[in-house]
Design a protein around this ligand. Structure first.
Ligand code: MLT
Ligand code: MN
Ligand code: ZN
Length: 295
């Protein structure tokens, strides 16, 4: 399996248009590498690709990756798109894929419903782009020879659909992770996760590779930095650090582990910072745009 990180950052990207935090300033000045919004591409042969989540940055992401360029007059190596939730950072890129070239779009019924309820997505012609409903636990071929299966991950409804009260640990079809297998290697992609439950640990136990939600370093990061009013838990994201964080909870997992979907406020962006050193010492990698991982 070949993985290509199209976008390592969470919604907003690094830098985010309206953010003057130190990471965003460093990304603007070139001190640290900028990162675009959340998306991972996977391929078996390097020719045909499945894109896991379609970020608002997909046009620039595909331009930056020669393996994603058309091989003919109207063509794309992008064979399929899978959506793991209905958040803007994971669906808005579909609107940039509206120019009548066929691919297959995979999502659960609930995630399809988000698109159906927002008629701007009708611009993605359903006669060219088939909308396949996938069921929790049922395997399907996302690319020839590459088996996929989605599973529920604790999360919440998309931000723009939140009502007055929000359940942040919903387990159902609105937030999923995906298991990929080529018959030799097993990889998991979980870019949004509110909690590592015993059930999730069991699901991930056969992982050779894991790409996991690295949104925040700690739960109060956005409040403390003055960039927001919500905790990580309220946003539906487990933090990396701390006794209940993902590093601690996933410590027993013998897999190659990569943080992805990283918010611009996260200190782990700083390549020489203590958080990055800690993450590496714990056996994790921090994703970057354009990073390739071949299993
Ligand atoms: C998230 O991951 O929490 C969302 O992408 C938030 C958003 O849509 O801005
Ligand atoms: Mn997001
Ligand atoms: Zn920022």
């Amino acid at each position: 399996m070949r993985f290509l990180v199209l976008g390592a950052a969470a919604g907003g990207g690094l830098p985010q248009w309206n953010c003057g935090c130190s990471n965003c300033q460093d990304a603007r000045s070139g001190k640290i590498a900028p990162a675009s919004q959340s998306s991972l591409a996977v391929s078996l042969d390097g020719r045909d690709w499945a894109v896991l989540n379609a970020s608002p940055d997909i046009r620039a992401q595909m331009m930056a990756c020669p393996s994603m360029h058309p091989r003919g007059l109207r063509d794309t190596p992008l064979a399929s798109v899978l959506l793991t939730n209905g958040d803007i950072d994971h669906i808005a890129g579909l609107l940039s894929l509206r120019e009548q070239t066929p691919f297959t779009m995979y999502a659960t019924s609930e995630i399809h419903k988000v698109l159906e309820d927002n008629c701007v997505f009708d611009a993605v012609n359903a006669e060219k782009v088939s909308r396949e409903r996938i069921e929790i636990g049922h395997g399907f071929e996302i690319l020839p020879g590459l088996q996929a299966r989605v599973f529920p991950v604790p999360g919440k409804v998309p931000l723009f659909m939140e009502g007055e009260t929000v359940q942040t640990d919903l387990v159902g079809e609105q937030t999923v992770g995906v298991r990929l297998s080529d018959g030799q290697t097993v990889a998991y992609y979980v870019p949004g996760c509110a909690d590592v439950t015993g059930e999730l640990l069991k699901t991930l136990s056969d992982a050779n590779h894991l790409f996991f939600d690295g949104t925040l370093w700690d739960d109060n990061e956005m409040i403390r930095s003055g960039t927001g009013v919500k905790s990580g838990k309220r946003m539906g994201h487990i933090s990396i650090g701390g006794p209940d964080g993902s590093i601690a909870r996933l410590a027993g997992l013998q897999a190659d582990k990569t943080f992805i979907h990283i918010n611009n406020t996260n200190p782990v962006w700083q390549p020489d910072g203590p958080e990055r050193a800690f993450v590496h010492a714990q056996g994790w990698r921090v994703a970057a745009d354009g990073m390739e991982i071949v299993t």
